[in-house]
Design a protein around this ligand. Structure first.
Ligand code: ADP
Ligand code: MG
Length: 261
């Protein structure tokens, strides 16, 4: 087995990257796919969404990137049997500086993931809103990219910049990298802003749009405070169902690729 490695990426903050990484990873795990979530955002909040306080973290990306511990050692079990997690514990300025310096070498993460990739079906990487350093590492290590786009919040420029960056990484480091899809987050049906952004997205990126959209629901933010993915906090909420649907959309896509009709 070798995992599908997917970066959750967009060079813009607050669009739902971390929420999508955590909840898509949890949903894949609920679907009994062995999944690893890697928090590659030095200021990331994935740990909080999974209930990891600093005392519970034995090692994370800071140690992996400073070569003090292996990726395997930094892998933590979670409440979900099929979900494991590597936290980002780059929590001081000194560590961040060191981390950024090492991340200039694009293949650190790819090399660190290599043996772990044999134990999982999916590896999701939650990226910071940048297009360098750790994101270059994530894209070099990945098979594909998922771009979360906040509905009604014009992110078209960020999408087009990321498409160009994907092309650049393909040229210099990872020829088989591709865009898995764009997912609309914080979707509010029957509102003008959502309608306009959906129309624009369809016009330019129709073939990349996931069928599933993620509704806006404050429950997803609330669940973070309880240290749980939405699906473990309230499985019946529309947003939990939507992430599960997104997981199945992804799984079915790979199924079709493996068994073409
Ligand atoms: P990013 O990682 O791109 O910066 P986050 O996933 O942290 O974005 O989301 C930004 C904010 O929006 C957070 O407060 C998060 O709880 C909230 N949020 C994300 N998705 C939803 C949603 N579907 N409904 C309501 N709030 C959401
Ligand atoms: Mg984030």
């Amino acid at each position: 087995m070798s995992a599908k490695i997917i970066s959750i990426c967009l060079p813009k903050g607050g669009v739902g990257k971390t929420t999508t990484a955590v909840n898509l990873a949890a949903s894949l795990a609920v679907a009994e796919k062995r999944t690893l979530l890697i928090d590659a955002d030095p200021f990331g909040a994935s740990a909080m969404s999974l209930g990891f306080t600093p005392e519970l973290v034995k090692a994370g990306m800071a140690e992996v990137f400073s070569f003090t511990h292996s990726m395997e050692y930094a892998i933590h079990r979670t409440e979900l049997e099929f979900l494991d997690f590597v936290p980002s514990n780059v929590n001081t300025i000194q560590r961040d500086e060191k981390f950024s310096k090492i991340a200039e070498n694009r293949v650190v993460l790819k090399n660190a993931i290599r043996s772990a990739a044999q134990q999982y079906e999916y590896i999701l990487i939650d990226c910071p809103p940048l297009m360098r350093g750790i994101v270059a590492n994530a894209l070099t290590a990945s098979n594909s990219v998922i771009m979360p786009v906040k509905s009604g919040h014009f992110s078209l420029e960020a999408i087009s910049r990321l498409f160009k960056y994907v092309e650049y990484i393909k040229e210099i480091a990872n020829p088989s990298l591709y865009v898995e899809g764009i997912v609309m987050t914080m979707y509010e049906s029957n509102t003008k802003v959502t309608e306009i952004s959906e129309r624009e997205l369809k016009l330019r990126y129709n073939k990349f749009l996931f069928k599933t959209t993620i509704p806006r629901n404050h429950m997803v933010t609330e669940s973070t405070f309880y240290g749980k993915p939405a699906i473990l906090y309230n499985v019946n909420a529309n947003v939990s169902m939507a992430y599960l649907e997104l997981a199945y959309e992804l799984i079915n896509k790979y199924k079709q690729e493996e068994n073409p009709v």
